[in-house]
Write a protein that binds this ligand. Structure first.
Ligand code: PGA
Length: 240
């Protein structure tokens, strides 16, 4: 695993943007695996600034997202589909038809997982962006998820509901279930870029880099990926 430690979040976001922009310049029809959460917001801001300033072209780029809350349709303000349009896609010249995410409003959850797995098979990712949960989760693969998991529905861990409640009016509004790309599918990306910021991620970062490879820490599986880069700021790197 390549590890880049930055002095702060701003530098982390700029370094991450350099990597994603490099992928897109190198391969104009690249498939980007994207993530939601607070961590990639700085990176997404940098990509939009670069698009405005330098005209990096996303017209042929395809994007697949990691996860979506079950029960929230794409127009719901708290859905990840909405998040991606608001925070990234609207500032790029990406064709929304080339952006993919699980359908949170699907009537048949099992069929939706199957559909998403088939889609992932047809769109091999050049790079997969990841945040990391304070409990070591990646996407919504909570501790205990088998490394062999493909797209599945999950009951969110209490810590995840609490972490994510800051984005909702009240903790009671946070959905308790979600769809998530599985660890097996994440590992199939050609390369992986993990971002971590802040002291509350320090323990998870330590376990990601130096911990035992165990399903109790889903992120530890990334130690087995041949092309994984971690960028973290000094607070998240404090226990390395
Ligand atoms: P965050 O979430 O970026 O909002 O901290 C990361 C995650 O839970 O995967």
């Amino acid at each position: 695993m390549r590890i880049i430690i930055t002095k702060d979040y701003d530098e982390l976001s700029k370094k991450a943007a350099e990597i994603i922009i490099g992928v897109v310049k190198n391969k104009p029809n690249a498939v980007l695996g994207l993530a939601t959460g607070t961590t990639p917001l700085g990176l997404y801001g940098e990509l939009k600034v670069d698009r405005d300033k330098n005209g990096t072209d996303y017209s042929k780029v395809r994007a697949v997202n990691l996860d979506e809350y079950a029960g929230l349709g794409a127009d719901n303000k708290n859905s990840y589909a909405y998040f991606m349009r608001e925070n990234l896609f609207n500032g790029l010249n990406i064709d929304l038809k080339n952006t993919y995410i699980e359908n949170g409003a699907a009537a048949d959850g099992a069929a939706e997982c199957k559909r998403y797995d088939a889609l992932l098979e047809s769109l091999p990712r050049d790079i997969q962006l990841l945040g990391i949960g304070s409990n070591g989760h990646i996407a919504f693969n909570e501790p205990g998820t088998p490394f062999g998991a493909t797209t599945h529905t999950v009951e969110l861990a209490a810590s995840t509901v609490k972490d994510n409640s800051r984005l909702f009016d009240s903790i009671d509004d946070v959905p308790r279930k979600a769809y998530t790309m599985g660890l097996k599918s994440i590992m199939r990306s050609r390369s992986i870029l993990v971002l971590a910021t802040g002291a509350n991620k320090a323990e998870a970062v330590k376990n990601l880099v130096n911990g035992e490879i165990t399903e109790n820490v889903p992120a530890s599986v990334l130690q087995l990926h041949p092309d994984c880069t971690l960028i973290c700021d000094s607070a998240a790197a404090a226990l390395l």
